[in-house]
Design a protein around this ligand. Structure first.
Ligand code: FHN
Length: 474
């Protein structure tokens, strides 16, 4: 998110390495529309409980269960947690099935947790003993995910947490003594080695999604991180790195102290959306979203938690698109590799919806018109798409268009209706000195039940033949 600039650009030496990119990879990023986030690791085996005791309210989130408050944690915690890998053997894991379902959901990119804050590597890293290679599972989970998703045409981003709870060399504070500096240097080298290893093993990845980069130790390592970002970008040309990776020398994160974005896109939108497009300062962005209020890893017992409905997810998706962002919907498979019924329901609904309304989602973005009360606007230059969330009692949606606009609504359709053609009427109902004029689109007599639906409005020249025809009809 933008934060106030506190220094002129000249005072920032460790600011952005690249400015706003317009290469193929970033153009693809801008049109992804919908993504899938997968939080999967040892915490997935627990589902936020251990031996019948719930960690809800005692740890920040289900994937944070290792940090269970010691006052209420089970005996021997977190040692018990650190031994979970000995029985990690997901019998139902099928990367190809996940990838197929992600494609059917309409996801164009996936972000997969290679290593969360517990430090466990889901690939057989040569730089750690605490990896998938030390489990009964005989496979490389990251490798399987990368291959399966890429085969479905879904771009892969690797999530990587710098912060590690149980690494002997990790510390949250900036190193103070010579001994701490030595430990921290070792940790930095280990981080660098793992990241380069990931890119070497899986060169088809399109991006790295960093997390756990807020501690003072990492923030103060800005010079190291700056050099490492250069190395990572050189290792995979076109690699996308968001704004969570590193701070500048003044400790500013996401944007540097002069206000410039630190990375290829703004990565700060987590479980919340910008109020409106002006907040975004023209930055590329995505929003990562949980289905439960919080909790990215599997939650076995969701009793009493509000799980977002398919309708809510569709609305969030279209709000993101209306502000040129992507929505990334998180799933937290269980320790066997199974998704919950609700996750399936959300994915199926998104799939049906994005398939029917692809034009409104993928190639479309912000429209410089006031949003109608009925719903959300996206557009592609030729067309305006209204995602209708609330049907007006008038039975029509009203679009406001500047009076001097060269292109105005001429025809409209609703593919979800039994008779898709909709009438468009020019309404001269402006207020005194109103710079806008108004167009009403009659909604279908039979409103498609239970879901938001899209009305596609074709724009044409003022007074063009289509508009004259409409005028004759109305
Ligand atoms: O602490 C993590 C959390 O567990 C989760 O991975 C999210 C995903 O964006 N990131 C961190 C909090 O910002």
């Amino acid at each position: 998110m933008p934060s106030p600039a506190t220094a002129p650009a000249d005072d920032v030496r460790f600011g952005p390495l690249v400015g706003r990119r317009d290469d193929e990879a970033m153009r693809a990023f801008r049109s992804y529309g919908l993504g899938q986030f997968i939080h999967w690791g040892l915490y997935s085996m627990l589902g936020n409980e251990f031996e019948g005791r719930s960690a809800r309210g005692h740890a920040a989130a289900s994937e944070w269960i290792r940090q269970w408050n010691p006052r209420t944690a089970p005996e021997g915690w977190p040692r018990q947690y650190d031994a979970l890998h000995r029985s990690f053997d997901p019998s139902d894991f099928d990367a190809r099935r996940w990838a197929r379902e992600a494609r059917q959901m309409g996801a164009r990119y996936v972000i997969f947790t290679t290593k969360h804050h517990d430090g466990f590597a889901m690939w057989p890293s040569a730089h750690s003993e605490y990896t998938i290679a030390a489990t009964p599972y005989e496979g490389d989970i990251v490798g399987e995910i990368v291959e399966a998703y890429a085969a479905e045409g879904i771009d892969v981003f690797l999530y990587y947490s710098v912060l590690e709870w149980n690494h002997p060399d990790y510390m949250a504070h900036a190193p103070r003594t010579a001994q701490e500096r030595e430990r921290w240097e070792r940790f930095l080298e280990y981080t660098r080695a793992q990241l380069l290893e990931l890119l070497e093993l899986y060169p088809q990845v399109k991006g790295l999604w960093f997390d756990g980069t807020w501690d003072a130790s990492w923030v103060s390592s800005y010079e190291f991180a700056y050099a490492l970002e250069q190395e990572l970008r050189a290792a995979v040309p076109g690699l996308i790195i968001g704004s969570r990776f590193r701070a500048d020398e003044h400790g500013s994160r996401h944007v540097d102290s002069s206000g410039a974005l630190l990375g290829d896109y703004q990565q700060g939108w987590e479980r919340k959306l910008p109020q409106d497009i002006t907040v975004l300062d023209g930055q590329d962005w995505d929003c990562v979203m949980t289905i439960a209020p919080n909790g990215w890893g599997h939650i076995r017992d969701t009793t009493g938690l509000h799980l977002k409905s398919p309708q809510e997810m569709i609305e969030l998706l279209m709000r993101c698109r209306s502000m040129n962002g992507n929505l990334v919907v998180n799933i937290g498979p269980d320790g066997e590799g199974r998704l919950s019924c609700h996750e399936h329901e959300i994915m199926t609904a998104l799939g049906e919806w994005t398939e029917q309304n692809a034009a409104a989602v993928y190639g479309a973005g912000h429209v410089e018109l006031p949003e109608p009360r009925a719903g959300i606007l996206t557009g592609d230059g030729q067309r305006v798409f209204v995602t209708v969330l609330a049907v007006p009692v008038s039975g029509a949606i009203r679009l406001a268009v500047p009076k001097d606009s060269a292109r105005v609504p001429v025809t409209a359709r609703c593919e979800a209706a039994s008779s898709p053609e909709l009438a468009v009427h020019h309404r001269d109902v402006g207020l005194d000195r109103d710079p806008m004029t108004y167009y009403d689109v009659d909604l279908p007599a039979q409103i498609p039940p239970g879901r938001p639906f899209v009305v596609t409005v074709e724009l044409g020249e003022v007074g063009g033949s289509a508009q004259e025809l409409m005028a004759a009809l109305t």
